[in-house]
Design a protein around this ligand. Structure first.
Ligand code: ZN
Length: 71
C-alpha cells in the first residue's frame, strides 16, 4: 500500500517509522531509537545499513537470475 509521506525509513537501522509524530524524538532521517545514539556511532550504522541494502539488492538480483520465474 502506498503510504503517505509520513512513513519514513530510518537511515541508520532501516526501520520504518512514522514522521512526524507528536512529541516523538524521531527526525526526518532517523527513527526514535537511533536519535538516542551518538552521531559518530550513527554514522557507522548508516554505513553498515547502506551496505546491507546493497547486499540485499544483489541477493535479490542473484535469486531472480537463478530461480526460474514462477509459473
Ligand atoms: Zn533507526
Amino acid at each position: 500500500m502506498a503510504s503517505g509521506e509520513r512513513q519514513r525509513t530510518c537511515r541508520a537501522c532501516g526501520k520504518k517509522f512514522d514522521y512526524p509524530v507528536k512529541g516523538g524524538a524521531a527526525t526526518r532521517h532517523h527513527c526514535e531509537d537511533c536519535t538516542a545514539v551518538p552521531a559518530e556511532t550513527r554514522k557507522i550504522l548508516e554505513r553498515l545499513s547502506s551496505r546491507v541494502a546493497q547486499l540485499e539488492n544483489q541477493l535479490r538480483r542473484l535469486q531472480e537470475k537463478s530461480a526460474p520465474p514462477p509459473t
